[in-house]
Design a protein around this ligand. Sequence first.
Ligand code: ZN
Length: 67
Amino acid sequence: MTEQPVPVLPDIARLRPRQQMAMDCARCGRPLGAGGRVWGDTRHRGLLFRLWVCAPNCRPRAPGSAP
Ligand SMILES: [Zn+2]
């Protein structure tokens, strides 16, 4: 069994509320819809947050780039 790399999760405090509540992708910010998958669990101020992403290979939206 190969070791899974530990995902580097973003700072919860920097995410938008919709991303914190697993309504939007925690990485790129798109609405999750039905195809979300768990990115990882992280703690913030004693609370456990489960972050979701829309796709395993989605990329963070680069600031200033056209959609
Ligand atoms: Zn995404």
